[in-house]
Design a protein. Structure first.
Length: 96
């Protein structure tokens, strides 16, 4: 579980990132969460955008992504989700 200070730090780091995944009409599926897990292992911090045609609630999508990828939900702002997971091999981000 991340503290408020750690979440602030990660939000600042994620500000300049562009979303690398999109959740569309199909919603969250197993293949997507697997790819997100792999991306998190390499990058540690990613953004995912939720498209307008996504039928599920954005909060449910954010929670499903975090749970499926076994990651921490840092932020849900608008239709953008920020996820963090500490990398086992490529650790770059040092939390305060």
């Amino acid at each position: 579980m991340l503290t408020g200070k750690q979440k602030r730090f990660l939000r600042a780091k994620a500000h300049h990132l562009t979303p690398i995944f999109q959740v569309g009409k199909g919603g969250v599926n197993e293949n997507m969460t697997k790819q997100i897990q792999e991306a998190l292992e390499v990058r540690e911090l990613i953004k995912v955008s939720i498209l307008q045609n996504c039928e599920e609630d954005k909060k449910e999508v954010a929670e499903a992504l975090a749970k499926g990828a076994r990651a921490e939900l840092v932020q849900l702002i608008g239709l953008t989700v920020v996820l963090y997971k500490e990398s086992k091999e490529n650790k770059e981000i040092v939390l305060p």
